[in-house]
Design a binder for this molecule. Structure first.
Ligand code: THG
Length: 291
């Protein structure tokens, strides 16, 4: 799996002020640490960047690429800043992200800079409600891209992960279903998810269980890549194939298997409980691992 480090984010206090002050040290230290941790791409999220966004993106791309040769995933809603980043980026960049609403102005950048892009499955009326709505949005993005000579291989679809705590709007099932049909809908297209979204609003020390479990669940359907916390070593290990038995256990529980919990390790039991929360079999509460 391709892993994209999520940590370079304007929402983080140290990175937010380093970006504002154009202080290269915290940016370069974090970039090196993420690469050391084993990610393949670095996401650079500078937010809406309304003021001098182009100058900021150019600076942060150059600053980051001074210390690593990993490709970057450029995340801003400002298209002028996006282009400024693409212009100076060395190698093949990933544009994070393009949705239906802005595809007319942003798809030309994919072509011009020979980039990949994350096709965000956000509809004209907002969040898609099920896998079918996601498929319809995907088809529209593909056909527009294809018209412009952009092949499916350049598109990484993101079905949009929402927090598990929002039981009513939980999108786990439709996201899994979308993943399982992606190669029929969109042959050759890739996939990605903002994995940590799933654990937003949950106790910090428990977030990794939700993130890792959901990743293993998506892997059942061939998840190609994920935007992840680079410093969750266990998650990186799982993605790198270091825990095939755990992945197998998660997949068996998804298939309805009811393993005898007394025969499992304490850690394994936590993952089984987390699968059940994510499939909706048990209700989410902040203490789901204790029940
Ligand atoms: N899809 C795509 N891009 C995305 C997302 C997505 N980019 C943003 C986000 N979702 C994925 N990235 C993050 C980055 C940080 C966190 C969650 C998702 C996060 N951070 C901690 C917090 O806010 O509590 C810590 C922040 C800090 O360092 O202080 O949860 O879905 N295409």
């Amino acid at each position: 799996m391709i892993l994209i480090g999520e940590n370079m984010n304007i929402m983080s206090r140290t990175i937010g002020s380093a970006l504002k002050e154009r202080n290269p040290e915290p940016i370069q230290e974090l970039a090196k640490a993420e690469v050391e941790a084993g990610v393949d791409y670095l996401d650079l999220n500078i937010g809406p960047a309304r003021k001098a966004g182009d100058e900021l993106m150019e600076w942060v791309v150059k600053t980051t690429q001074e210390v690593t040769d990993r490709p970057l995933s450029l995340d801003t809603t400002n298209p002028v800043a996006m282009e400024a980043g693409l212009k100076v980026h060395e190698g093949r960049a990933l544009i994070n992200s393009i949705s239906l609403v802005r595809m007319d102005e942003e798809l030309p950048l994919v072509k011009k800079y020979n980039a990949d892009f994350i096709g965000l499955l956000w509809g004209r009326e907002g969040m898609p409600r099920d896998a079918d709505e996601r498929a319809m949005i995907a088809v529209e993005l593909i056909s527009k891209a294809s018209e412009m000579g952009i092949p499916n291989e350049n598109i990484w679809f993101d079905p949009i992960v929402t927090p598990a705590v929002n039981v009513d709007t939980n999108q786990v099932k439709p996201c899994l279903e979308f993943m399982s049909t992606l190669q029929d809908i969109a042959p050759g297209c890739k996939s990605t998810v903002g994995l940590s979204n799933i654990s937003n609003g949950t106790p910090t020390h428990l977030r990794p269980y939700l993130n890792r479990t959901y990743m293993m669940m998506l892997m059942k359907y061939g998840l190609y890549s994920a935007i992840v916390d680079a410093f969750d070593a266990e998650l990186i290990g799982i993605a790198r194939g270091e825990m095939p038995q755990l992945i197998d256990l998660v997949h068996r529980v998804m298939d309805g298997d009811k393993p005898d919990l007394t025969l499992l390790s304490e850690e394994e039991v936590k993952y089984v409980k987390t699968v059940r929360v994510l499939t909706g079999e048990s209700l989410y509460s902040h203490s789901w691992l204790e029940i």
